[in-house]
Design a protein around this ligand. Structure first.
Ligand SMILES: Cc1ncc(C[n+]2csc(CCOP(=O)(O)OP(=O)(O)O)c2C)c(N)n1
Ligand SMILES: [Mg+2]
Length: 280
């Protein structure tokens, strides 16, 4: 890896650690979807700080559609680091009367769609991608959805539509964490082999370690080279990946209302990592 790409990787690792820290801080008051926010921090760092292009106002030119609304915490944590949200407002996450909903509604800053009812993002993202292309825009559309959502028929209709219309401005990012609320996805109703299924619908699909920044960047770069097909990044992740003490304490935690001691241990671990990075 050249110096430049090494520095870029270090910058993104730092941002991912900051996003993990923000996630814990947002969640520790009243609980929420901390495991997903932590696990998705590497993808969020690459997406928000490297992959999506900015417009002249400094906001994103490319568009991000969050389908699995409960992963809003990832966007809050990333946009806090980017400067669009203050941590004091994000600490009201999940409080009565807050605007910082656990699942976002359309119009909330940084969110394109209302997304608590799962399975609907891919079709909306495909429609947006089609519309942008019809309008002659070269915007790229990124849509995050989950392995649990792969059990919804609407997702496959979106894949069929996107494949048929050769929407190569569309990039699906799947949080393939083998968890769907109460149990492992592979126990409830398997969704594998995910890449073969999307390929059959006319998409180009690559399986990615969703916690390896180099692999994520490579996939995003490849996505920009694929012509005539939507791109699918099937990102294997695990709840709380990147904070070892929480990953082992809460391995299948779809929703977390942890003890104070767990949150404090998680913060201590991530702070030690940040300090180590600052020294290197
Ligand atoms: C249409 C719809 N059906 C069911 C639910 C209830 N629900 C909320 S989260 C969830 C699990 C979905 O799986 P996934 O997004 O993979 O969960 P995670 O990996 O984040 O634990 C379900 C079934 C919902 N929100 N929307
Ligand atoms: Mg899941």
């Amino acid at each position: 890896m050249s110096d430049t790409s090494d520095n870029r990787k270090k910058k993104l690792e730092w941002l991912a650690a900051r996003i993990r820290r923000n996630t814990l801080e947002i969640c520790m008051q009243r609980g929420g979807y901390a495991g997903q926010g932590v696990a998705l921090a590497d993808i969020a760092a690459c997406l928000y700080f490297e992959e999506m292009r900015l417009n002249e106002t400094g906001w994103y030119y490319d568009r991000f559609v969050l389908s699995n609304g409960h992963d809003a915490i990832m966007t809050y944590a990333a946009l806090a680091e980017q400067g669009s949200y203050r941590m004091d407002e994000l600490r009201t996450y999940n409080a009565d009367g807050t605007k910082i909903d656990q699942s976002p509604i359309e119009g909330q800053f940084g969110f394109e769609i209302t997304a608590g009812s799962l399975g609907q993002g891919p079709s909306q993202a495909a429609g947006i991608a089609w519309g942008e292309r019809m309008n002659g825009n070269d915007k790229r559309i990124y849509c995050l959805f989950s392995d649990g959502e792969l059990q919804e028929g609407n997702v496959w209709e979106a894949a069929m539509f996107a494949g048929h219309h050769q929407l190569d401005n569309l990039c699906f990012i799947i949080d393939n964490n083998n968890l769907q609320a109460t149990s492992a996805t592979s126990n409830v109703m398997t969704v594998e082999p995910v890449p073969d299924k999307f390929e059959a619908f006319g998409c180009h699909c690559r399986r990615v370690n969703g916690n390896c920044i180099a692999e994520i960047l490579e996939a995003f770069a490849e996505a920009r080279t694929i012509r005539g097909k939507p791109y699918v990044m099937c990102c294997d992740t695990r709840i709380f990946e990147g904070i070892d003490c929480l990953k082992s304490a809460l391995p299948m935690a779809h929703y977390v209302a942890a003890a104070n001691a767990d949150w404090e241990a998680g913060l201590a671990e991530i702070d030690a990592k940040l300090a180590e990075m600052a020294d290197s």
